[in-house]
Ligand binder design. Sequence first.
Ligand code: COI
Length: 356
Amino acid sequence: PSAQSTPDGTTIDNNCSSEKYADVNWDELGFSMTETDFMYVMKCSIGENFDEGSIIPYGNIQLSPCSTLVNYGQGLFEGLKAYRKEDGKIQLFRPDQNALRMKAGAERLCMPSPSIGKFVDAVKQTVLANKRWVPPMGKGSLYVRPLLMGMGAALGLGPSPEYMFLVFASPVGDYYNKGRKPMNLLVEDKHRRASPGGTGGIKTVANYSPVLSAQARAKAQGFSDVLFLDAAMGKYVEEVSACNIFAVKGDVISTPQITCGTILPGITRKSIIEIALALGYKVEERLVPVEELLDADEVFCTGTAVVVTPVGSVTHQGKRVEYKEQGETVCHKLYETLTGIQTGRIEDKMGWMVDV
Ligand code: COI
């Protein structure tokens, strides 16, 4: 439909190529929340199906003070981006992959989850309703944040009787600093992020705040972020607080394997592996000892928010190692290919982009 009405009577213009833009200084976008017009909400009670779901004005939500989200961390989030192409059309990057990841997380946290089709449709509706907030091509993207939350009360530990699936969005630019300047990482030697059999491999809300104190310590010393090591031995590289990590040595690209369930299976991670293989690199998913990272030619991070960001240095036990970051780096080649596909500059032979 070219127009749709929200429950409060607001009309949304569904014409994707409309030239209208929100009043945003697109050159100054960073990674912070800019409130947009609408969000999508869909609810269900345990044992029942989700309701129809609808687009409503962006705003606060109500939940029980005794909700399992707030008390027991029964919540998941996702992150994906919508990009504007040169012709003004808007596309999403692999939204089905986020839907599948949310489904896996929901099973782990005993929550009902939307079907893949419902998830993707909700994301599309959210983007369309907020299309004036999708930055012009090359100026950033619309970051879409689907949430799945236990909203009902459970005082004794148990699953919530009620759930909400919500999708909101914000225009964003670079995550760490403008121009994707290289990150300086500090290897965290006190805290561990996840252990085998735990929840490190799902996008539970509870995986992110435990990172904050280590991150704050590192930032106070001038680092961009922290790099976590494995919980059992403190020997192998796992992930940075908000992204996955890769090391390059010659034409071999290595990244920590996700098979132990301690590392978030990033959709950008997976896509970069596929792009690297297609470009002729050898890719190894395996245990990566921290010493190997320190000995790499290049190091970079991947994630929806960080895209592909070079690492300028890693500091471990007082030793700082600096990496190649100038010229034709592997990181730059992978970044250009990925963002080329995402913005329509490069043909999407993988079939990753989905029209809104
Ligand atoms: C993302 O990259 O989309 C994430 O969810 C990481 C988040 C901590 C910003």
